[in-house]
Design a protein around this ligand. Sequence first.
Ligand code: ZN
Length: 248
Amino acid sequence: MSEIIRVTVWGEYLHERQDEKVRAIYPQGMHTTIAEGIREYLGESVVVRTATLEQPEHGLTEDVLASTDVLTWWGHIGHHLVADEIVDRVHDRVLSGMGLVVLHSGHWSKLFTRLMGTTCSLRWRDDDREVVWTINPGHPIARGVPPVFIIPEQEMYGEYFDIPQPDELVFLSSFRGGEVFRSGCCFVRGQGRIFYFSPGHETYPVYYQPEVRRIIANAVQWVYAPPAPRYATSTCIHSPLGWFEQEA
Ligand code: ZN
């Protein structure tokens, strides 16, 4: 018996409304397609809703976050439009146990750079294809994912990627120019699990690809921490051994 994971898929939803090419691929927005992929693979074990930048409080109200177990994040040209108080709120929720899946250009979001504590900058180039290698096949996020697969059209993201050393690395990508990139990285911050997954440039249909959908769905399950007693860091507790006199 497993519990139902409550997922909120956050999308900046700007390219899709400003750029015909992107709109043709994602007419309802990338967030809608990402949400469909999660539902496709996780079925009744999840409830998935979406939230976007333009909504009041970017759709991430206290109530929404309190009832979100896992948040996914896609942003790019609107990183600076995300209000600091909302970043504070989401950051706090991650530290207290909400799972977070950061996608593609979300690497430069206020939220991710703050959680990482580094610039999270990287090298990039247009018009390539990406070869994704599973380098940690025993990891839960790699379940059902082939040893290697190709994303036929993709932007190149390459090293050096200025992140802290990931706790676990699940995928490594390579490109035509010989570039490599740590494309699937796991982190823990406070009580929250974080997975960064780099595929997903807005001008290519990456979020329709089965392997990509499978990975995001697996990541939702991995970052999900079942409800458990939270330990408030400000609370003083006594040792279960009780008080004792120190030997002289
Ligand atoms: Zn991109």
